[in-house]
Design a protein around this ligand. Structure first.
Ligand code: C5P
Length: 216
């Protein structure tokens, strides 16, 4: 099996870039953030503080999270319910980020991620893919951009989805999330840094495919 790990901060474009590259390479794209978002959604629904490790831990026993693919598109299933359309709100983003710092949550989601890479050639994006989930990935990329550029992109994306937010609020969220994610978001020593502050989407995808080709 062949694995490409893409880590980096929120809003660097990991998921859209990884999706396009997966299509070009015929790989399965695994969005691991969706798993944390699904746990975050469950905790919000259960009115459990996602940052409270002691409260979160017992709740994990009530959660079953599965990944399903339909026409190459990943869906996340929470206790039998397809919640893919419910996990992209700013509230769920913050809850996902908060619960992601609970070690029991990371442990809980570990095998779902590793299993995907055992079954398929994958491009997997997240925060700790190159360091923890797939330390033996053939290619590791750390994709990043400045906070302002990332906030601008996120803002546009949310606006297009009809979410009512301001740019300032989005930037504050990006910075807050960076801070919250700091602990688990590290570039693997053998990763290649790809800063796309000055690159557009196609430029970033092409650079990624070039890196994969150089490494293969
Ligand atoms: O990538 P995305 O923004 O969807 O991830 C949501 C949150 O889940 C991130 O802010 C991060 O805290 C957490 N996460 C993580 N490890 C991953 C993927 C996501 O901690 N592999």
């Amino acid at each position: 099996m062949y694995a490409i790990a893409i880590d980096g901060p929120a809003g660097a474009g990991k998921s859209s870039v990884a999706k396009a590259a997966a299509k070009a390479l015929g790989f399965v794209y695994v969005d691991t953030g969706a798993l944390y978002r699904t746990v975050g959604l469950y905790l919000l629904r259960s009115e459990v503080d996602p940052a409270d490790a002691e409260a979160v831990e017992p709740k994990l026993r009530d959660i079953q999270v599965d990944l399903k693919y339909e026409d190459g598109v990943q869906h996340v299933i929470l206790n039998g319910e397809d919640v893919s359309g419910l996990i992209r709100t700013p509230e769920v983003s913050m809850a996902a980020s908060a619960c992601a710092s609970v070690p029991a949550v990371r442990k809980f989601l570990f095998s779902a991620q590793v299993d995907m890479a055992k079954k398929y050639n994958v491009i997997m994006d997240g925060r700790d893919i190159g360091t923890t989930i797939l330390p033996n990935a053939q290619v590791k990329i750390f994709l990043t951009a400045s906070p302002e550029v990332r906030a601008e992109r996120r803002y546009k994306e949310l606006k297009e989805k009809g979410v009512d937010v301001s740019y300032e609020e989005t930037l504050a969220n990006v910075i807050r999330r960076d801070k919250q994610d700091e602990k688990q978001s590290k570039a693997a020593e053998d990763s290649i840094l790809l800063d796309n502050s000055e690159l557009d989407f196609d430029g970033t995808v092409n650079r990624l495919l070039e890196i994969v080709e150089e490494r293969t």
